[in-house]
Design a protein around this ligand. Structure first.
Ligand SMILES: *Cc1c(COP(=O)(O)O)cnc(C)c1O
Length: 377
């Protein structure tokens, strides 16, 4: 089956008892244990819930993994997956990752004894050079947030495999519809399902998928142990979102391509970052590992004042954090998603006060362009 079909026909499209088209919301905290000597699949809802389990099966299937796990947010998924490492382990992470992932690695996990080296993963050799005897893991995100930098997954994951590292890829921007990191050599894929998978800016959720059953057991131990799980309603909302992922992503990407090209020609815009633009650094690598450019782009105005004025004047985009919803969102990374990264580090990465990130929604692109043009002028 092609991916678009798999989004609908993934083993959970018909509920076997009633014949309902969809997964029932099983709203319970505990399960009747009929036979004390014979363990059953469900006993307590932190450990497992049938609605959540359906979502976990679906994401494992979409990512071609062995096991899927659902969490209460993307960061819950990421920090729980990172919980498989131990004090004294060294981790290599791309420097240009989601601000919240950066924060958990540089604060919480540092206190708990995980060593961290941040590298510019757009150059795979930086990973090779950072490997030490106690290096156990590699954490990547591509395209990156908010500058859409491209990391060569095959090359970097190959280096990780050779060195015996456990590799993780945050696949939030692409979703399994456009990119399947496990097939490119990753061991674990993580998602903020709050974004494109949920797709409607109405639910917070996260997912992790492991390549093997053995790694799945380790992630499950943290899921059950930390307990950062989603409720069944939230799991259901994500499954509902996944059903329309193809049409949303296709339409949002088509608009994003249109808007990126228009912004690139605008005289108040100094730079546009979008993997669908011919001149985007790493575009060829991206096209070799993903089947689309996605619907997130960013651009720089010429002055910080212009950026702030744009955000104040724009009407068809909400000025907000988050992305991947049906509504267009404009965000200001220095004050929002990347505010937790120290200013000097932000500037070194190119995350300046002239940078605006756009998550393109399902509005008519001509209306968005007219609105953006007013806001820029
Ligand atoms: C939003 C996001 C996260 C965090 O997810 P939450 O659901 O907000 O906890 C992680 N990675 C990326 C790339 C994101 O965009």
């Amino acid at each position: 089956m092609n991916r678009g079909t798999l989004l609908i026909h993934n083993g959970h499209e018909i509920e076997p008892v009633s014949g309902a088209l969809g997964v029932p919301i099983i709203q319970t905290s505990t399960f009747n244990q009929r036979d004390l000597d014979c363990p059953q699949e469900y006993d307590y809802a932190r450990s497992g819930n049938p609605t959540r389990k359906a979502l976990e099966d679906i994401i494992a299937r979409l990512e071609n993994g062995a096991k899927g796990y659902a969490f209460g947010s993307g960061i819950a998924a990421i920090s729980s997956a990172l919980g498989i490492f131990s004090a004294g382990d060294h981790l290599i992470a791309a420097e240009d990752i989601y601000g919240g992932s950066w924060r958990i690695l540089h604060t919480f996990y540092k206190r708990w004894g995980l060593e961290m080296t941040a590298v510019d993963a757009t150059d795979p050799d930086t990973i090779r050079r950072a490997i030490k005897p106690n290096t156990k893991g590699l954490f990547l995100e591509t395209p990156s947030n908010p500058l859409l930098k491209i990391t060569d997954l095959r090359a970097c994951l190959g280096i990780a495999r050779e060195a015996g590292l456990i590799s993780m890829v945050d696949n939030t921007f692409m979703t399994p519809y456009l990119q399947q990191p496990l097939d490119l050599g990753a061991d674990i894929v993580v998602h903020s399902a709050t974004k494109f998978l949920g797709g409607h800016s109405d639910v917070l959720s996260g997912l992790a998928v492991t390549k093997t059953e053995a790694l799945g057991k380790r992630v499950y131990a943290v899921q059950n142990g930390f307990g950062a799980v989603p409720g069944p309603w939230d799991a259901w909302l994500v499954m509902r979102g996944i059903k329309t992922l193809k049409v949303r992503m296709d339409a949002q990407e088509a608009s994003a391509r249109h808007i990126a090209a228009w912004l690139a020609a605008h005289d108040r815009v100094s730079e546009v970052f979008y993997p669908g633009l011919a001149a985007h650094p790493g575009r060829e690598i991206h096209e070799a590992q993903a089947s689309g450019a996605g619907a997130v782009l960013s651009f720089k105005t010429k002055t910080a004042e212009q950026a702030r004025r744009f955000l104040g004047k724009v009407e068809l985009a909400a000025t907000a954090v988050s992305l991947g919803g049906v509504e267009t969102i404009a965000s200001y990374p220095v004050k929002m998603s990347h505010a937790s990264i120290p200013q000097a580090e932000r500037e070194r990465l190119g995350i300046t006060d002239t940078l605006i990130r756009i998550s393109v929604g399902l509005e008519d692109p001509e209306d968005l362009i007219a609105d953006f043009d007013r806001a820029l002028s």
